[in-house]
Design a protein around this ligand. Sequence first.
Ligand SMILES: Cc1cc2nc3c(=O)[nH]c(=O)nc-3n(C[C@H](O)[C@H](O)[C@H](O)COP(=O)(O)O)c2cc1C
Length: 387
Amino acid sequence: MPDTLPADWTASPASFADSPLSQALRQPLLLGLFLPLQQGGWSPSSHPRGTDWRFDYNARLAQQAEALGFDLAFGLAKWLGKGGYGGATQYHGLTLDPFIVTTALAAVTRRILLISTIHVLYGPWHPLHLTKFGATLDHIAQGRWGINVVTGHRESEHRRFGKAPIPHGLRYEMADEFLRIAKQLWAASEEVSIAGRFWNLEAAYEALKPCYGRPVIVSASGSQAGIDFAARHSDILFTTSPGGAALDAAVETLPALVDSIRRASFAAGRPPLRSLVNPLIICRPTEREALQYRDAIIAAADHEAIANFSGDRSDAQGFRGFQADQRALGANTIHIVGSPEQVTDQLARLKRTGIDGVQIAFFDFEPDLAFFGSDVLPLLKQAGLRL
Ligand SMILES: Cc1cc2nc3c(=O)[nH]c(=O)nc-3n(C[C@H](O)[C@H](O)[C@H](O)COP(=O)(O)O)c2cc1C
């Protein structure tokens, strides 16, 4: 870890050659695990599986991913009503908070980057909170902590906090100020006073600094406003296929998105903004078995939960390509199905669109991750996608 930290609040942990982020960015294809912190994971389907939202299960997954050499792990953040999206699966009826989970994971892992998805605009949440909580967590994680900034695209979630939904563009203006202040506090060697549009601080100071100046910053979005925000603030943009779940559609539509990411990044004059997309992988020894498994998951679709999920009003531009009838397999995820060779080939196709990495979900996480590790990872190495 460095002895001196940058005074420049715009510096990134990527500017330290030995930071966990710099080490991860050496990989040709970044590999993340999308932890199932919520009941039902990504698939509103009753097909039998062991996937579990509980902490012990997710801790085992994070350790398994770390042992396989994955670069990062994180989950999503949700604030739902009673029963979540309901149906036979009680889809997302129970969810663990990703910020708290990452804190506990920091103590039981050693190398993997741990990212917390946080709604920075809900409730009375001040940049000073993030500065202290985040620096604390980063010390527990010894420089492996990052935030995934989300602004809240579901109307119902804002109302749960007793607030009217905030218009899309304004959310990014607010998040911009929030993060700018948090970064200034992390970089400050003196007390900071700021009268902002949305937040004020007077003689604020946090002596505890993240190990590499500031944490890794990820932000999740698919809109131009979100890309511009990420270009100004983030190391990694977590995004998805503008064309929806089908791999061919993803491969067709991602290059234009990657192009806009590169243009925004260049205009912001910062180190290149990396991109991560979210495939759900169904892999079996043969194509036939993989297709049978996929079909069994879809045949057990929880239509009630899918209808409730699809009806939960959202202004997310990034998810517009996704169809309700694709959601049983993986809601708002890119679908990759096949034998280990076919999965490798499909990941290579995604990489050729210009994206930098994948944040992978599975249907039955523990055995599916183990199979991915034993049968797909060696092929990814042979294909030059992993070191
Ligand atoms: C891959 C991906 C993952 C996301 N994960 C979350 C999440 O965990 N919680 C959440 O509230 N929003 C999540 N979002 C939504 C975004 O944070 C954002 O609010 C939404 O996409 C609307 O903004 P946009 O129009 O800029 O895409 C995610 C978006 C993407 C593309």
